[in-house]
Design a protein around this ligand. Structure first.
Ligand SMILES: Cc1cc2nc3c(=O)[nH]c(=O)nc-3n(C[C@H](O)[C@H](O)[C@H](O)COP(=O)(O)OP(=O)(O)OC[C@H]3O[C@@H](n4cnc5c(N)ncnc54)[C@H](O)[C@@H]3O)c2cc1C
Length: 416
């Protein structure tokens, strides 16, 4: 795309960028790359210095990236930087259980061979994905990277001015909040949030095991919360183990040997002996949904728009769908000569993504309530439900396509 017409200089500033992105986590850089590669000038602002975000133990998560997300990362030149460190997910097994009992026999199994597009997703560790995004941004001339905390925002005709804690001021035609679930960008724009804490904490760690995982991801539903065992390259898996907050705090405080003795009966012995690789991490779990995705010269993307329970591993996937949708809306408007930050243009983005993200957040909330309890009737119901879905190939294929992110109105960047 040709560069859009230069914007008016705002508030006497030297330069007005097309887009100011607040938040250089995961979704912010992905959006910056997609927009800059189409010819827009972008500045990404993050409160934390890049050196801190690049540290190998900055974030212990590994992400289940749906096929659609992999396509988007490939399209913006990030997948080439991370693909060698990714593990294809070949099967997903979902089962119900209690500590010490092993999984119930009624499990639901999804196999990538049931859809023609290939693996339904890949596992990628945060430390690889984050650095790949930062490296790709560094190589992109249209992206400026700024370290600083945004403290205030003024709306001017034709754009907005952000002031950092240092006093530095930055002007842009559109501000995109990619600043996570406590988004101050949303708050400053008067966008309220709906949400609550689940009273659960996710314990996250990587484990080495004796036997190969065969690319199988396990979701093991326990009464206090799910235990996900997710395959990484080699004989290594990442766990996301959700427990009620007080129990999780107790487990987190144990030394490594005691922690493993609590984990082993829940994990089971299907992968042979297990041992910890590296640090353990904790993430408090909650729901936090922005009531609107747009305001005057502002749009929200990723967790700033929708922070949800990781039960289905969909938070980042939903964020990357926002990236694809907002990029398409902005570029289509710019090609038509419209002001891409005008209210009616931003409303198109909101119409595209709001229903989808609200439905996904509600589904993860419901799944957590349904599965994180020991009610015998619900337990019987979900076992029968899992067994029934497993026996229906067409429904199972539909769910696999859903997990691969291939359903609904896909942005162009996700069509492959
Ligand atoms: C345990 C767990 C497991 C998960 N597993 C999966 C999974 O398997 N698959 C999946 O799709 N999703 C998963 N998720 C969800 C995923 O982690 C999030 O959706 C994703 O990290 C959100 O990225 P983001 O870039 O939107 O926000 P964040 O990563 O929160 O980044 C926000 C950035 O904004 C910066 N910032 C904040 N305020 C300011 C300010 N005022 N000025 C400047 N900068 C600011 C911060 O420094 C930060 O870098 C999981 C979540 C959890 C908790």
């Amino acid at each position: 795309m040709d560069n859009p017409a230069p914007a008016a200089i705002l508030g006497g500033m030297d330069e007005t960028r097309d887009i100011l992105i607040v938040g250089g986590g995961l979704n912010g850089p992905a959006l910056a790359l997609a927009l800059a590669q189409a010819g827009l000038s972008v500045t990404v602002i993050d409160a934390l210095p890049e050196k801190a975000r690049r540290a190998a133990d900055f974030d212990g998560r590994a992400y289940a990236l749906a096929l659609a997300s992999v396509r988007l990362l490939r399209a913006i030149g990030v997948w080439d930087r991370v693909g060698d460190d990714a593990q294809p997910i070949l099967q997903i097994k979902v089962s119900d259980g209690r500590a010490g009992e092993g999984p119930s026999p009624f499990f639901l199994q999804f196999d990538h061979g049931e859809i023609e597009e290939g693996p339904m997703g890949h596992m990628v560790e945060d430390r690889f994905l984050r650095c790949a995004l930062l490296d790709a941004m560094k190589a992109e001339a249209g992206i400026a990277r700024v370290t600083g905390t945004v403290e205030s925002r003024e709306i001017e005709p034709g754009g907005a001015i952000l002031t950092l804690a240092s006093g530095r001021r930055l002007a842009g035609r559109l501000v995109v909040g990619c600043d996570g679930r406590a988004s101050a960008t949303a708050a400053r724009a008067g966008i309220a949030r709906t949400g609550w804490s689940y009273g659960q904490t996710a314990l996250v760690a990587s484990l080495a095991h004796e036997r190969p995982h065969g690319g199988v991801a396990h979701q093991f539903f326990m009464p206090p919360g799910p235990l996900a065992i997710l395959p990484l390259p080699g004989n290594v898996s990442s766990i996301v183990w959700s427990e009620d907050a007080a129990t999780a705090a107790g487990f987190a405080a144990l030394d490594d040997a005691d922690f493993m003795s609590v984990l082993r009966p829940r994990f089971g012995d299907f992968l042979g002996d297990i041992r910890l690789c590296g640090r353990r991490y904790t993430y408090p779990l909650g729901l936090s949904i922005a009531n609107r995705l747009v305001a005057d010269r502002v749009a929200l993307v990723g967790d700033a728009a929708h922070g949800m329970h990781p039960i289905a591993g969909q938070g980042l996937n939903a964020g990357l769908r926002d990236v694809g949708a907002l990029t398409q809306v902005i570029l289509d408007a710019a090609r038509r000569g419209e002001d891409f930050a005008a209210a009616d243009v931003l409303a198109r983005y909101q119409r595209w993504r709001r229903f989808d993200t609200a439905t996904l957040a509600a589904a993860t909330d419901l799944a957590n309530r349904l599965f994180s309890n020991d009610n015998p009737l619900l337990r019987l119901g979900r076992n029968l439900g899992l067994g029934a879905v497993n026996a229906l190939p067409a429904l199972r294929r539909g769910l696999i396509r859903e997990a691969a992110g291939l359903t609904g109105d896909l942005p162009e960047l996700m069509r492959g």
